[in-house]
Design a protein. Structure first.
Lengths: 79, 371
């Protein structure tokens, strides 16, 4: 099993995550809507996942598109 | 240790355990005294609380249900223990209040929340299939609004005391239940002498079960609306596996307790008016989706400090008052001298459900942020 590092972006609402997904897909990032990992928050159920290598660029793109996000976390998954 | 527990509840096994526990405990509460196919029903139990407080005068449905108190306090305990209690508020409270009112009007047209729909199905009441189909349809419409920019805006951290308001209200209700004060000769607090409101499990058992479920649901984020939303929006089956466990375990428990009777007609506290079972729950599902959680989840959120969820809960309680004062709630099927009289909605009830759908659609269409 290989370990893969992802960035998980948390938002204040499901609507925020959907808006971010649209902006990031338009900007050419490979992102995926996922249920917020329970370990990271008890809040809103929807988050966004991308490659950890893209984390900084994704952050910049979200700020550029004026999409508000709560936090970004590194998550390692055995795949 | 804390991290291990959190990881377990975050896992598929954790959510299945939470759903399974609810599925076992609800039919047991029924066996211990709660109404048939109503071991737990957030909408019905909030309606009973509204009645006990005198917000409506339907004499058959008045009782301060300890399960609701337990849900909030169990969630509070979990949030405090795992340092997740966060006071927050400020996301369109008046809209959430209106959504709560119409969610309750829709749920009482069907006669149950999503949890009771599952429990009714697990008890053989096939009308629940119409309710669940309506619920899924309402949520699917809500997801389309989410995708097209519907947004009530974010909440903000606020004074810790704000987060304590709902738990303290629940403590107040518990005191009213225990001491049963009479505020005027014919006034509240009311307790039903017959009908569903008079049927209840012992107080401490109901409260304890409520707290266990509140604790588990806070740790796992159990939510029936979220379960259907995640399947529709992302194809994700994590939450729905908990819902499936609830249904399966409730069925098995009902089977063991001999609490199953399959059919459509004259089921306990249910009507077989199919169109309005569907439309009532469609309204409820749409309101839940626009507000971001099913009635149970709103209680659990309010226990961990979410003031907006608390406003939705208060909207539901007020909605129950409207439902019964204006005769909007579904009338159960009756068997009179061996003849089945199919229940359903009054004309006012039908108008209220349609008005609710129009209102929710208007909220979905008008509260969108341009990108």
């Amino acid at each position: 099993m290989a370990e893969t590092e992802y960035a998980v972006v948390l938002f204040y609402s499901t609507q925020g995550a959907i808006k971010a997904e649209r902006a990031l897909l338009r900007a050419g990032f490979a992102v995926k809507l996922i249920p917020t990992p329970r370990q990271l928050s008890s809040d809103c159920g929807t988050a966004l996942r991308c490659a950890w290598a893209d984390a900084e660029a994704v952050q910049a793109a979200l700020e550029g598109a004026k999409v508000e996000y709560a936090s970004i976390h590194k998550v390692t998954v055995n795949e | 240790m804390s991290e291990k527990i959190t990881a377990f509840f975050a896992s598929r096994r954790g959510i299945v355990l939470a759903g399974g526990v609810i599925g076992v405990l609800a039919p047991l509460l029924q066996r211990l005294g709660n109404p048939p196919n109503m071991g737990i029903c957030v909408a019905c139990f909030e309606r009973d609380i509204a009645g006990a407080l005198g917000l409506h005068r339907a004499a058959a449905v008045q009782y301060i249900r300890p399960e609701i108190i337990g849900f909030v306090l169990g969630s509070l305990v979990a949030a405090l223990l795992f340092r997740e209690f966060k006071a927050r508020a400020g996301s369109a409270p008046i809209v959430r209040f209106v959504l709560g009112v119409f969610a309750m009007i829709g749920a009482l047209a069907f006669l149950g929340c999503p949890w009771r729909a599952l429990l009714r199905l697990a008890g053989g009441d096939l009308n629940a299939l119409l309710g669940l189909a309506g619920l899924a349809t309402g949520i699917a419409v809500g997801v389309q609004f989410l995708k097209s920019g519907y947004d009530l805006g974010r909440s903000y951290r606020t004074y810790t005391a704000v987060g304590w308001i709902m738990p303290l209200l629940m403590v107040g209700l518990l005191l009213l239940l225990i001491f049963r004060p009479q505020f005027s000769p014919d006034g509240p607090i009311f307790f039903s002498k017959s009908g569903p409101g008079s049927l209840h499990a012992p107080l401490l058992i109901s409260l304890g079960v409520g707290m266990i479920i509140g604790f588990l649901a806070q740790r796992t984020r159990f939510c029936t609306m979220g379960a259907m939303r995640d399947v529709i929006l992302m194809g994700d089956t994590h939450l729905i596996s908990g819902v499936g466990a609830l249904l399966a375990m409730a069925f098995v428990t009902n089977l063991l307790l001999g609490q199953i009777r399959v059919g459509f007609v004259a089921q306990p506290t249910a009507h077989s008016s199919h169109l309005w079972n569907f439309l009532g729950m469609m309204l409820a599902g749409l309101a839940f989706a626009l507000a971001g959680g099913c009635p149970g989840r709103q209680l659990f959120l309010s226990g961990e400090g979410d003031g907006d969820a608390a406003v939705f809960v208060l909207g539901m309680i007020v909605g129950a008052g409207f439902s019964h004062n204006f005769a909007l709630a579904g009338k159960p099927d009756m068997v009179v001298e061996g003849v089945v009289k199919v229940g359903g909605l009054t004309t006012a009830g039908m108008v209220a459900v349609l008005l609710g759908l129009v209102t929710c659609l208007a909220i979905g269409f008008t509260m969108r942020k341009a990108e």
